[in-house]
Design a protein around this ligand. Structure first.
Ligand code: DC
Length: 233
């Protein structure tokens, strides 16, 4: 963490990576609110393109077709008092993109190298001035390899499944299925050739399996404070 970082006008770039259900979104939005930073949820951007593919009947395996859609799409994250709104060509899709068909599709469209290149360029532009908490799978490794703070947030698969289960208010019978599907998506995210989900060598790992939300936030704050001391030396 002692390497020379670029000073950005808007503040730090804080990267939070990790698998689904590790608590990234909740932690990122709390940290962003506290510092008055922008919370950039990159998963929502892959979800937006996946939704566009569903609406346009383009196959999730058709990289060229997906790129055509990408070029005609404007994906925006709009900051609101109650969290971000996701806009696709001006339309509010914040709730629709959390549905199961979009969740599965997002994991499939995100394997394509050209799709990722396009997303990464957009994400760099959104974060280059600093003052952002950006969360996803490849932020510390690919989007901002020189981010000021890099966190890799993980938790045991059963706990992550349980958290998703509660979020989705599913019936108990569906729980095992949710865990199974999450493992499959994780496996796809971790094994894809282009920018797989992995911790950057210089990321600080936090295993939230046995931690409360407040404890994780406090640990992240500690890491940010250490980083600020280093950068002011
Ligand atoms: O974080 P999420 O569940 O909203 O992400 C949706 C999908 O997008 C997930 O399958 C992984 C993928 N994704 C990615 O490949 N890279 C990112 N930076 C963010 C998400």
């Amino acid at each position: 963490m002692n390497e020379q970082k670029e000073k950005r006008p808007g503040g730090l770039v804080i990267a939070i990576d990790g698998p689904a259900g590790a608590g990234k979104s909740t932690i990122a939005s709390r940290i962003a609110r506290k510092h008055n930073y922008l919370n950039i949820e990159t998963g929502a951007m892959y979800r937006a393109l996946a939704l566009k593919a569903i609406m346009s009947d383009v196959s999730f395996d058709d990289e060229a077709g997906l790129m055509e859609l990408a070029h005609e799409s404007s994906i925006q994250l709009e900051r609101r008092m109650d969290g971000n709104r996701v806009l696709l060509n001006g339309e509010n899709i914040s709730e629709r993109i959390r549905e199961k068909d979009v969740t599965d599709a997002a994991s499939r469209v995100s394997v394509h190298p050209k799709v990722r290149e396009w997303m990464v360029a957009l994400q760099r532009k959104m974060g280059e001035a600093g003052g952002v908490v950006m969360e996803g799978r490849d932020i510390g490794t690919k989007v901002f390899p020189n981010a000021d703070v890099k966190i890799f947030l993980d938790a045991a698969a059963e706990i992550r499944g349980d958290r998703r289960f509660k979020q989705q208010a599913a019936s108990p019978e569906e729980q095992a299925k949710i865990v199974q599907e999450m493992r499959e998506r994780d496996q796809r995210d971790r094994s894809r050739a282009n920018s797989p989900l992995e911790a950057a060598a210089d990321a600080i790992r936090i295993d939230s399996t046995e931690m409360t939300l407040d404890e994780v936030v406090a640990r992240v704050e500690e890491i940010i404070a250490e980083r600020q001391v280093v950068s002011s030396k």
